[in-house]
Design a protein around this ligand. Sequence first.
Ligand SMILES: Cc1cc2nc3c(=O)[nH]c(=O)nc-3n(C[C@H](O)[C@H](O)[C@H](O)COP(=O)(O)OP(=O)(O)OC[C@H]3O[C@@H](n4cnc5c(N)ncnc54)[C@H](O)[C@@H]3O)c2cc1C
Ligand code: FES
Length: 282
Amino acid sequence: MNATPSRSCHLQHRPRTVRILETVDQASRTKSLTFRDELAAVATPGQFGMVWAPGKDEIPMSLLPAGAYDLVTIVVKDRGEGSRALLRKKRGDLIGIRGPYGKGFTCTGVKNTLMIGGGTGAIPLLGLLRALAQRRVTCSFVLGARTSHELLFQDEIGRLCKETGGGFNITTDDGSAGTKALATDEAVKILHTGSFDRVYTCGPETMMRTVVDLSKRARIPAEAGLERIFKCGSGICGSCCIGPYLACKDGPVFSSETLKELPEWGKSTRDASGRPVIIRSS
Ligand SMILES: Cc1cc2nc3c(=O)[nH]c(=O)nc-3n(C[C@H](O)[C@H](O)[C@H](O)COP(=O)(O)OP(=O)(O)OC[C@H]3O[C@@H](n4cnc5c(N)ncnc54)[C@H](O)[C@@H]3O)c2cc1C
Ligand code: FES
């Protein structure tokens, strides 16, 4: 696992106000917001920031550093109050940021990898793909969404996979792009065609659980990026607990080895009041 960069030290806990430099429509009800922040710009793939929409809410968002000039992008999908407040922001508006926090994906010791991303799960996986492509790791990707309008970053993902010598498959639930199938259906086929040394997944938890089970059967180590309710984002409040772990600090990326110790993974989560809720496949 990658540690929080030492450059960020304890300063990462200090809330900073940043000005939005650019917003871009990325998919249906999904926008990217780009800003400049020295600390968030050193986030490793899978790390997140706590992003504050003033007067509304603070929610965790995956950080996508641009690699230069301290530029960082977050990609926000309309899911409720907090995300909607961020989506209303325009160029020149101010938002708050803390972080980077958490443990991201392992980028070392791999030569041939498979990524399976569903919905907004493609966001942290794009950061990982960019990092692995720079290291000349072969990367294949299954990108799944409900419909073609919800597919994220298909052009960049396709280009990077091709550059690394890997494959790229799209699946949609309604068949409006790629294969009409679940991302996991495609993953089953691909897992047996390549000699992958690691599988990475992020997306709906039932999808990730299937991916991790399939990887286990194929004897390939896997890593999954979990979503929980994060309040402090830094290991203090306990709202993100999963078994003996805190998803914000020990994760959000967990290895298949750790996940197998957690009976609730893929089955239940907690709401904002801490009550357990069953995860239903969508
Ligand atoms: C590590 C991590 C990375 C994420 N990255 C992204 C990303 O890149 N893009 C993206 O669109 N979404 C991302 N999410 C999901 C995002 O943080 C919110 O959960 C989602 O936008 C829904 O929040 P909402 O307020 O819009 O929804 P609502 O359903 O309206 O939420 C209701 C209330 O619950 C609370 N709440 C909901 N979810 C969370 C949460 N995860 N943590 C704290 N409080 C919450 C808020 O107080 C909110 O007012 C990520 C989540 C995690 C844990
Ligand atoms: S969000 Fe507070 S401990 Fe994880």
